[in-house]
Design a protein around this ligand. Sequence first.
Ligand code: SAM
Length: 210
Amino acid sequence: MSVSEVQQIKGVVAQLQQGHLPSDLVFDACMPVGTRRHTSTHFTPVEVAVEAAQFLCSGAWENPKILDVGSGMGKFCLVGGAMFEQAHFTGVEQRKSLCDVADQLLEYSELNNVGFLCGNIMNVKFSDFQGVYLYNPFYEHLQPFSAMDETIELDADYYGIYCGYVRKQLQRMPKNTRVVTYFGGGEEIPLNYDLVKQGFHNDLKCWQRR
Ligand SMILES: C[S@@+](CC[C@H](N)C(=O)[O-])C[C@H]1O[C@@H](n2cnc3c(N)ncnc32)[C@H](O)[C@@H]1O
């Protein structure tokens, strides 16, 4: 990554910490050029990330641990971590190239309430978390033309398997657990969650465990 990209993430984090939202253009300029082509379709817009993180961080827990299922290059976690310092954000991402970008951005951002894990969500136990964010992570298995690249095996069967795993994990979470979905049909959400709020043309949905 170039020096200007590094300086950019520091500036972006400082702006967020002061309560000012950078534009997506400014945020996305922190990424390596090859990753930028995916920003508008695969990474959460800053405004949406703030709204989602705000809901996840204002529930029953004072210092909630938030999980981003399929964290990409870390945009949601970095925005959330900069704005909500009482919370901790963990992103899990299976594409190694995106994990590497996320780790670099995190290092330069100097946030100590964010972490990234490289691997499949199927190996993560949700019981360590009180809030979960999902930006339609498994859609590419239904619509392979929408995939970012071909570094993972795409198969419609995986959609059902991954949604089923997430649904089962969420079902067992304690009362008041909060979940936010951005796009998607809500297949990951169990019946014991209520839809409590919507925004951004109803693409953002906020859920709470009964
Ligand atoms: C739409 S992007 C969202 C990225 C990020 N959450 C954001 O909002 O900026 C979904 C990401 O989920 C990742 N993903 C999909 N299936 C996954 C799985 N089973 N385990 C881990 N990551 C996964 C994809 O590689 C992709 O980077």
